[in-house]
Design a protein around this ligand. Sequence first.
Ligand code: ZN
Length: 708
Amino acid sequence: MERKEKYVYQEDQTQIDNPLLVETGFPPFDRVAPEHIVPAIEHILRQANARLEALEQNLSPTWAGLLQPLEQLDIPFEYSWGVVSHLMGVKNSDELRKAHSQVLADIVQFGLRIKQSPAIYQGLLSIRDGDAWHKLDEAQQRIIEQKIRAAKHAGVGLSGEAKERFNAIAKELSQLHTDFSNHVLDATKAFEFIITDIKQTEGWPKTLRQIAAHSWNAVNKEGPKASPEHGPWRITLDYPSYVPFMEHHRNRTQREQVYRAFILRASSGELDNSGLIARILTLRKEEAVLLGHENYADLTLESKMAPDVAAVQKMFAELVQAARKPAMADLDALRQLAEASGQVEPLAHWDVPFWAERLREQRFEFTDEQLRPYFPLHRVIDGLFSLCTRLFGVTFEQADGQASVWHEDVQFYRVKNGNGETMAWFYLDPYSRPAEKRGGAWMDSCLSRRYIDGELRHPVVHLCCNGTPPVDGRPSLMSFGEVTTLFHEFGHGLQGMLTTVDCSDAAGIKGIEWDAVEIASQFMENWCYHKPTLIGMTTHFETGEPLPDSLFDKICAARTFRAGSMMMRQLEFGITDMMLHTEFDPKGDTTVFDVHQQIAQDLNPLPPLPESRFLCSFSHIFAGGYAAGYYSYKWSEVLSADAFAAFEEAGLENDAAIAALGRRYRHTILSCGGGRNPMKVFQDFRGRSPSTEALLRHSGLRHPAEIK
Ligand code: ZN
C-alpha cells in the first residue's frame, strides 16, 4: 500500500521530472533510475490505451487515418520501454528487475490488444482491398500486410467456439513452453560431477579449472574454498563446463558418464519433457488448422523469407549431399587418431570431442592468448570503420558528449554519408561488466528512423560487447572470436543505421523476416578472413608488429576444420524440426524419438544411442522461437555467403570494383530494411536467386574447381 501511495504522489510529478517520459532527442540514459519505471510505464499505457480507443472508434481506413496514428503510438514506448529493456542488459540490478517485471505483463497485453483489435483489423483490410492501395509504396504495403498477418496469427479472424479454442491453445502453449524450458534448466542444474583427484585433471586447460572450481564454490558456500589449482572441481552440464570437459578430460569412463547424463536431460521423473513434446506438437498442429493451414510449418513460413517447405527441403538436400562424405572422412580421421594413440575400444560419442580437439591441436594449434595482443580494440574499430568507408562510402566520427550514456566507458559515434550529412548515430558499450551487464554481444535499435512533425529523425542503434577492459596501461585486447562477433553485430548495426525507409515499422532491422535478418551480420564476418582487411587492423600492442602470416593461415584453416561434421549436425536438427512440424502425426504410433532416430541414422556417420533423448532438451524448438525455423541458421548463411561471393567474383583486391559493388550492397541489402521482400532485395543485389555454392566452398566442402 505504501508503495502505491508513493507512486500516486509521483504520478503528478511524472510529466515534469520523469526521464522516461521525454519524446525528443537522445534518451537521457544518465538520469534514468529504477523508481522511474513503474510510474512512467503506467502513465504511458494509460495514455496509449486512451489513444487506441479513440482511434478504434473513429478511424478512417487510410494511411494517414490509421497507420500514422499507430506509428505515433509507438514513440513514447521507444523512449521508455526501449530504454528500460536496454538497461536490463547493460545496467541490471535487483531494483531494475523488480520494476521491469511489475509492468512486463501489461506491456505484453497492450501489444496483444492492438493485434487483436477487430476495428483495426477491419481498417487494415479496407485499405488493402480499397482503391488507394496501389498508391501506397512498397514499404507501406508490406507494413499493412504484415500487420494483417500478425492479427490473423493472433486469432482476430476467428469467432465463437473457434476463437475460444484458439485462446485456450495459446494460453496452454505459452505455459508448456515455459515448463519445457524450466525442466531443461532444472535438469541441467540437478547434475554435478565432482573431481577431487588432481591426477584426473591432467591436460585440462586453465579456463576449465577456473570454471569448475568456481562452480564448486558457488554451491558450497560454507567451509574451505576450491581453487583452480587444487580443486575440488565441479563439472556441470552447462556448455561452458560440459564442452571443454568432453574435449579435454582423459578418463574415458567418466566422459561416458557425463555424456549420458547430457543426452538424457529432462527425460525422466518430474522433469520429463517427453509428454510435453507430444502435447506441444498436438496443440501447434491444431492451432495451425484453426488458422487455415495444413500444419505448423506452413503457418510459420507464411511470415518468413523462405517461400515454402519445399524450398527449405531443397536447401537441406543440397547441403546434405555436399557434407555427407566429408563428415564420414572427419570421423575416419578421428578413428585413426584414437587407434594410433592406443584406444582399443571402438570410437564412441564421448570420444568425438576429445579426439577432435587432439586433431585440431596437431594440425593448427593456436590459442586466444597468442592472438589477443595483435587485436587492440581501438585498432580493430579503426579497421572496421575503414572497411565500411571503402565498401559503403560512409564515415564515422566520435561524438562523445553529444548524448548522455549509462556508463563512462560507453562511446558515442556519428555516421555520415559521402557528403558529410548525418545518417545515423550509435552507442558502443565495449567492455564486460559482469555485475550488471549480460554476457555475449548484441545489437539493438535505440530510436528508429522516422519523420516526426515533418522532420527526419535519424536512426540510433546500440552495439554491446563483452571485451576485456584496459588494465594497467594495457589496451583492451580482443580474441579472434570477439573480433568476428564485433563484425557480426556491426553488420546488424549497419542495416539499422543505413536504412532509407521512412516508415518506422519497416526501417532498419524492423519488419525483416526472421530467416533473413542474419544475412547482413554474417556477411560482415566474411571480411575477417580476408587477409589484407584482417592483417590491416592488427598491431601487436607492445611490438607494433602486424599479425604474422603463419597465424593468419591457421585462423583460415580452423574455419573449415570438421566443417562437414558441423554442417551435418545442424542439418540433423533442422530436418528433424521440419519433419516434426509437417508430416509427423502427434497422434500416430511413431514417437518423436523414432523420427529423430530415423533421420539421425541416415545423416549422422555415428548414429545416436538408441536411448538418446536429445529432443527433451531441444529448447530452441520446444521453448524458443525456432519452431519450424531451425533451418533459418543455414538459410541466412547460404545468402550471406552468396552475397560475399559477389565481392570475390569482382576481385577482392580490385578497389574500384569493390567500391562499386559495396555501394550496390548498401543501396539494396542495407538500405531497404523491412520495406521490400528480402528475396527481391537479394536479387536486386545479386542479379539472380541465391545459390548454396558459396557457403559450401567457404566451408571447404566443395573445391572451387568443381564449380566452374
Ligand atoms: Zn546476429
